[in-house]
Design a protein around this ligand. Structure first.
Ligand code: HSE
Length: 309
């Protein structure tokens, strides 16, 4: 095989109380990465589409090639690759765009070279790629982008990924308002220490969310989706935050939170019809505050990356 094209999904991280430790993959949107063996030993980015020229073509500074190089270095593999990246979601949308591209890169390389590495073995390299974009080690987007489904990062040192079962009738509505938030900046505004009572509330809600997912208890899921750490600070970065939440609740959303570091927000419901309605009202709420937006409706993606060519 000389070339391969892979799709990797967008993801929602944090999911309320799971700051840096929970995330789930979406069926749409997602990024595509194409790898072609060349006859050099150079990793070259030959094309990036859908990024309006914002992403670096320098392979040292790009998440896809950063992840690929990390893997090649670890296994002492000397090959040359022409890499094409097709961004299908906004950069800095809060939907794990850099993570999807990093996950797609290592998944594609594993298949192309028939390395037979497990997703657990690929993960550290996807994290290395994501680090280039976000400047911090967090796996709550790369892990769901790579494994699919709903993922808990139980520990970072050593990395311990737990795939969680979830109600199969969960639908996710997303609104991506036309606001720019940089993850690095959105991390800088967070408190470095927390009061014991905040830690207890966060742990209680995170445990409640996991229990709700596993026992398929929708009401428990909903009341557990409360964040003490990031959302209280980051809400101010999204001027239509309150309006979007209010609109989602008015039409029956289970809960509604910031996706990752924003500006996207997501809400859960239990039918496609409800999810479409929620997406519509969230869009209208953003519009009323003067923000154009994109919306997506998706179930939780079960598979993670797939080969498309
Ligand atoms: N958990 C990370 C954060 C995700 O909220 O900063 C960023 O994409």
């Amino acid at each position: 095989m000389r070339k391969i094209k892979v799709f990797a999904p967008a993801s929602v991280s944090n999911v309320g109380p799971g700051f840096d430790m929970m995330g789930f993959a979406l069926n749409k949107p997602g990024d595509e990465v194409e790898l072609k063996l060349n006859n050099t030993n150079e990793i070259r980015i030959i094309k990036i589409s859908g990024d309006s020229g914002r992403l670096p073509l320098n392979p040292e500074k790009n998440t896809t090639t950063g992840a690929i190089k990390s893997l090649l270095n670890k296994y002492n593999i000397n090959i040359g690759l022409d890499v094409s990246i097709h961004k299908k979601m906004g950069i800095g949308s809060g939907l794990g765009s850099s993570a999807a591209s990093a996950a797609a890169g290592v998944f594609a390389l594993n298949k192309l070279l028939n390395l037979k590495l497990s997703k657990h073995e690929l993960l550290e390299h996807a994290i290395a790629g994501e680090f280039i974009a976000s400047g911090s080690v967090h796996a709550d987007n790369v892990a769901p982008a790579l494994f699919g489904g709903f993922v808990l990062i139980r520990s970072y040192i050593p990395i311990d990924i737990v795939r969680l079962d979830y109600p199969k009738n969960l639908f996710c509505s997303i609104v991506y308002p036309n606001i720019v938030i940089n993850t690095i900046e959105a991390r800088k505004i967070l408190d470095k220490t927390f009061e014991l009572k905040s830690g207890i509330a966060q742990a209680g809600n995170a445990a409640g969310l996991v229990a709700g997912l596993l026992t398929k208890n929708i009401s428990l899921i909903g009341r557990s989706m409360v964040d003490q750490f990031a959302e209280p600070k980051r809400a101010a970065l999204i001027p239509c935050y309150d309006e979007i939440r209010k609109a989602a609740f008015e039409v029956g959303a289970i809960n509604c939170n910031i996706s990752g570091s924003g500006p996207s927000m997501f809400a859960f419901s239990t039918s496609l019809k409800a999810a479409e309605k929620i997406a519509l009202v969230m869009k209208k709420a953003a519009k009323q505050k003067g923000f154009g937006s994109k919306t997506y409706v998706s179930k939780i993606n079960e598979k993670g990356p797939i080969v498309i060519k």
